[in-house]
Design a protein. Structure first.
Length: 492
């Protein structure tokens, strides 16, 4: 009687192992925010790129975890000595997921679309700096810039520069079609997005995972519960930093803490009274205690910043000493500005805990100097429509995660409505720098101008905190851009 029992046990064990192996061709990834759409070239939400960049859509270049830039849809490139002409040789035999061939005409169409007058691309200024585009043959693209473009290869690796096909471009937000290794499988609004491996991908055999599900979990406690229950395999940019210790002590999990390009700021509406007064903005900057915010909202994880660059960036200057925490100085500046206290302002807070929890701390700090910051919690879609598009706010907290995006301050129509001819002239030096030294010098000047003008209250560099199954490989520790590169993920 023992032999059949052993055979049954062995069969059950084999079935269990086969089932386990089958399950390991997929991954479930947690995200705080649901994207408003899936086209990263028309909307600014970082959540779009977290799902689509490198998975559905690809660019000419790829930005790697170590900040290096390598070919993606391009096979190679050459720069002219004056940095005004960039010639790409494209990879052959690449197709879009609808079967359309990829060629130089798609690059030309995409870049001209991104730089057009009616473009809503976040990097519109970069694409508008391209004077002309030549396509001498299907595998060659020549970009002629109006001025030296030192940052071009980096810009072309961002999610704003992914290549679209003209036939499908209008519908990318809901029915994305790219050249990447994954296709959209399903989108259950408010819950999840599933991507399925595309067998027609040029290197499909090298892609380990067949399926990936992105689950949207905005509640920090629910994120912890989902990880502990095994409902989520990985949570990059894990927001509940107060819960990290329990994951660090549990051998089932790995906790990664690195840096990002996230510049977390208390943004101010520079054209709305009384925030159009430099002294009022400076008063707010002096009222802020960065360390208290990092300790209270980020469990002590985060590096203070004093302008719109992170310590990872070339040309970074530590300007945190310009506005130290000084409530008495803040009160004096409000008095000099003629502001009647208590001064009533609105403080719009999107869902991430750095905003919600940090906002509570900032509101208390502002109250200490005579500013009544009325908190309004909003969802991401409301933030995009009310703050970003309509500029209907006084203060808000947000982390700008795009690398080297200081050029947003040269756009007077951007949501904080900073209109400074002086800064715009400085930024021209950034975009026309002929070499690295000149580029760093211009960035230094730009940072100092923003800090002097107290455009926003600059808070801290957003850390890249990830919690994942100890058996999952391929997550980035550092995040120069916010992506979840599924092609690099696999199970041990």
């Amino acid at each position: 009687m023992r032999r059949p029992s052993l055979l049954v046990s062995a069969a059950l064990a084999l079935a269990a192992s086969v089932s386990l192996a089958a399950a390991k061709d997929s991954v479930t990834i947690g995200m705080v925010l649901e994207p408003p759409g899936l086209d990263p070239t028309t909307a600014p939400a970082a959540a779009i790129g977290e799902i689509t960049h490198g998975n559905i859509f690809e660019g000419l270049t790829k930005i790697n975890e170590d900040f290096s830039v390598t070919p993606q849809l391009a096979e190679k490139w050459t720069f002219s000595p004056d940095l005004k002409t960039l010639t790409f040789t494209l990879k052959p035999n690449v197709k879009f997921q609808d079967g359309e061939p990829f060629s130089s005409k798609d690059v030309k169409f995409s870049f001209e679309r991104f730089g057009a007058k009616d473009s809503t691309n976040k990097d519109k200024g970069f694409f508008a700096s391209i004077e002309s585009i030549e396509t001498p043959d299907p595998l060659t693209v020549v970009l002629h810039f109006k001025a030296p473009s030192f940052e071009a290869l980096f810009h072309l690796g961002m999610n704003t520069a992914v290549i679209l096909d003209e036939k499908s471009a209008a519908n990318e937000a809901t029915a994305p079609v790219g050249t990447g290794p994954y296709k959209l499988g399903a989108w259950t609004k408010g819950a999840s997005i599933t991507l399925d491996k595309w067998d027609g991908y040029r290197d499909a055999a090298k892609i380990p995972l067949a399926h990936a599900t992105f689950r949207f979990i905005s509640d920090p406690s629910a994120a912890v519960a989902a990880m502990l229950a095994g409902d989520v395999d990985a949570f990059p940019r894990f927001a509940n930093v107060q819960a990290l210790d329990q994951f660090k002590s549990d051998p089932r999990f790995e906790v990664l803490v690195g840096g990002t390009e996230g510049k977390t700021i208390l943004a101010m509406n520079n054209k709305k009274k009384p925030l159009d007064d430099l002294k009022v903005r400076q008063a707010i900057a002096y009222a802020i205690d960065r360390k208290a915010i990092i300790d209270g909202a980020m469990n002590g994880i985060g590096t203070p910043i004093g302008s719109h660059l992170t310590p990872n960036d070339p040309g970074y200057v530590d300007l945190t000493g310009l506005y130290p925490h000084d409530p008495e100085k803040a009160k004096a500046l409000l008095k000099e500005a003629g502001a009647t206290t208590p001064l009533d302002l609105t403080l719009i807070l999107p869902p991430p805990p750095y905003a919600r929890q940090g906002g509570e701390i900032i509101a208390a700090q502002l109250a200490d100097v005579g500013i009544n910051a009325k908190i309004e919690n909003v969802e991401w879609a409301q933030w995009l429509s009310g703050v970003y598009k309509d500029h209907n706010y006084d203060l808000t907290i947000i982390s700008h995660v795009e690398p080297l995006d200081i050029g947003i301050y040269a756009n007077p129509n951007y949501y904080f409505q900073y209109d400074s001819p002086a800064f715009q002239e400085i930024y021209k030096k950034v975009t026309t720098a002929p070499d690295l030294d000149a580029y760093k010098a211009a960035l230094t000047e730009a940072q100092k101008q923003l800090a002097a003008d107290a455009v926003n209250a600059f808070l801290f560099q957003l850390p890249n905190v990830s919690v994942a199954s100890a058996d999952l490989k391929g997550l980035w520790k550092n995040a120069p851009i916010f992506v979840n590169d599924l092609s690099e993920m696999s199970w041990k």
